[in-house]
Ligand binder design. Structure first.
Ligand code: HMG
Ligand code: MG
Length: 299
């Protein structure tokens, strides 16, 4: 397999990045972040989440975020929708791409969405049907593909099973979440050796949290298998509220620096992303988790 010449970055900072922040974030800041990312050339931005505000308070008012956005042509602004109610709210807010999220581990599924894996998959069916009526593409996530905070090791065949179910019900792509960042090049290869012969590689994305500092290496391993869709979060913002100790996704700036060095095109302007990373960290009064962001900002 030859490595891809172009990669689509899915910027998840405004959702995965902000969902775990301790302090409230204004709608205006959320909107400004999304608009800055689009200006820097990001074509896919996960901009919010229509989940229970009791479960994830930071994502409440996602309707206001979507309604207040100045949308740029050619940019997809997507949202998480765990159930039909979330989808209806998303449609009402003008969302034109959504994502459902399942897990490869039973216990994580219970903690994250309060139901078993099988229940979650049947809950998604009406979401898929309603989205199809509106011609809204649905992405699927599988969490804990390389380890679970509650169950430890996860069997790659379980990841294959859940990913296959999501694709069969109509998800246009499946994003493989290393939710707690414990994956290594070794376990990533074992996983992809299991998935790639059966699933269409152009429909697979990698979603690596960088908790153990393995994300860039794991993404590089994924590129070797032909994976060309990478999720990342500006300034490495984030963490999952239902995976204790999970830090943010790999920083978008770090992924871009690596891809630029490999001659892989993303159409995203790295200096603008560094500036945006510094801006959001100042807004949130938190430190920048991007090594590239930090290095490029030393004067
Ligand atoms: P539940 O308690 O099983 O469901 O929650 P319910 O239907 O009984 O509803 C409970 C309450 O939520 C009710 O309100 C509903 O009205 C309300 P109450 O009567 O208690 O006042 N509700 C909603 N409110 C707003 N929007 C909705 C909605 N649905 C119900 N759509 C549910 C089930 C899925 C709703 C809940 O568990 C939930 O919202 N979980 C959110 C989980 C979440 O957002 N996790 C973080 C994102 S996933 C992630 O980060 C992983 C990922 O990045 C990949 C990776 O890294 O691996 C994607
Ligand atoms: Mg995540």
């Amino acid at each position: 397999m030859t490595i891809p010449t172009t990669v689509r970055i899915v910027e998840v900072g405004p959702r995965d990045g902000l969902q775990n922040e301790a302090k409230p974030i204004s709608v205006a800041t959320r909107i400004e972040l999304i608009e800055r990312l689009a200006k820097a050339g990001v074509s896919h931005i996960e901009a919010g989440s229509f989940v229970s505000p009791k479960w994830v308070p930071q994502m409440s008012a996602s309707d206001e975020v979507f309604k207040g956005l100045a949308r740029q042509d050619g940019v997809t602004y997507s949202a998480l929708t765990p159930n039909l109610r979330g989808l209806e709210a998303a449609i009402e807010s003008g969302v034109r791409e959504v994502a459902v999220f399942a897990a490869a581990s039973e216990e994580f599924s219970q903690k994250n969405i309060n139901c078993s894996i099988a229940e979650s998959l049947s809950r998604f069916k009406p979401v898929m049907r309603r989205a199809a009526e509106e011609s809204i593409p649905v992405r699927g996530y599988v969490s804990c593909v390389l380890g679970c905070p509650y169950e430890g090791n996860v069997d790659p065949t379980q990841v294959l099973k859940v990913s296959t179910s999501l694709m069969e019900m109509g998800c246009f792509e499946v994003s493989l979440g290393d939710t707690i960042g414990t994956g290594t090049v070794g376990s990533m290869r074992v996983l992809l050796d299991t998935l790639v012969p059966t699933l269409t590689v152009s429909h697979l994305a990698l979603h690596c949290h960088d908790t153990y500092g393995q994300a860039l290496a794991n993404i590089s391993a994924g590129l070797d298998y032909g994976i060309a869709i990478i999720d990342a979060s500006i300034a490495g913002l984030g963490g999952c509220p239902y995976a204790r100790g999970a830090s943010g996704n790999v920083a978008t700036e770090d992924v871009l620096f690596m891809l630029n060095g490999m001659g892989i095109d993303t159409r995203i302007d790295l200096p603008s992303m560094v500036e945006t990373g510094n801006w959001i960290c100042a807004e949130l009064k938190r430190s920048n988790q991007s090594r590239v962001g930090l290095a490029a900002s030393v004067s």
